[in-house]
Design a protein around this ligand. Structure first.
Ligand code: SF4
Ligand code: FES
Length: 237
């Protein structure tokens, strides 16, 4: 049986069980810690650092850091807001994110975090990289311009679909998502029912013919800010 213990986040005491990460325990207590590369059902990777919290005064990623008895966690502070905003801004300038035209607009976790943090325009210069689009598959396309290298597709294809359709190649600014075929996505074993297709937090992997199906005003983050589903759970308890 799991051992229960307590620790605090922003001076609120919460209960956790052995094996929980700080993010798991926060979610159960209705405390939202922003995240991008973390997704329920996937092993945490610690790729994006948006979930950075202070643990006993030191920065740690909440999605990978185990909760332990008595730790003092800071989640909402001006300093952490600044760190998270900087990460989000860097992700925007590093790729080509054209939100008003993007099919994922209103359902995109990166865009929703920008709204939540009040980011109107990035304070860094845009890189405007030239990246490939792969629209060869009959049902799915990849637009690498919008990829934030979160590795959710790598883990989802491997762990939820039992395949290995996606992985990274290259280093540094040349790092990009690749597929398990010499030529293109159409040559892979990606199926239209694969769970990986829904795992991308942005508009980098998208189902064809589904674009703009939900009108503006009814999209996921038109109705409620990102994280409010978790915070509502906290309000009920
Ligand atoms: S394609 Fe999507 S899920 Fe895959 S690494 Fe890029 S942003 Fe993440
Ligand atoms: S959500 Fe924790 S590092 Fe990305």
């Amino acid at each position: 049986m799991s051992k229960m213990f307590t620790f605090t986040i922003d001076e609120k005491e919460l209960e956790a069980k052995s094996g929980d990460t700080i993010l798991d325990a926060a979610d159960s207590a209705g405390i939202y810690i922003p995240r991008l590369c973390s997704m329920k059902g996937l092993v945490p990777q610690g790729a994006c650092r948006v979930c950075t919290v202070m643990v006993n005064g030191r920065p740690q990623s909440a999605c990978t850091q185990p909760a332990t008895p008595g730790i003092i966690v800071e989640n909402e502070s001006d300093k952490l807001l600044e760190i998270r905003k900087t990460i989000i801004e860097m992700l925007f300038v590093e790729g080509n994110h054209i939100c008003p035209l993007c099919e994922k607009s209103g359902n995109c976790e990166l865009q929703a975090l920008a709204y939540r943090f009040g980011i109107v325009a990035p304070s860094f210069p845009f890189f405007f990289p030239k990246r490939e689009i792969d629209a060869t598959h009959p049902d799915v396309f990849i637009d690498r311009n919008r990829c934030i290298l979160c590795a959710r597709c790598v883990r989802a294809s491997r762990d939820l679909d039992g395949k290995h359709v996606f992985d990274f190649v290259g280093r540094g600014s040349e790092r990009k998502i690749a597929v398990n075929a010499k030529t293109s996505l159409s040559e892979t074993n990606l199926g239209s029912a694969d769970k990986v297709i829904e795992s991308c937090p942005v508009g980098a992997i998208l189902r064809k013919r589904d674009a703009y199906a939900v009108p503006i005003g009814s999209r996921l983050y038109d109705k409620q800010p990102i994280g409010s589903d978790i915070e509502k759970k906290g309000a009920r308890s």
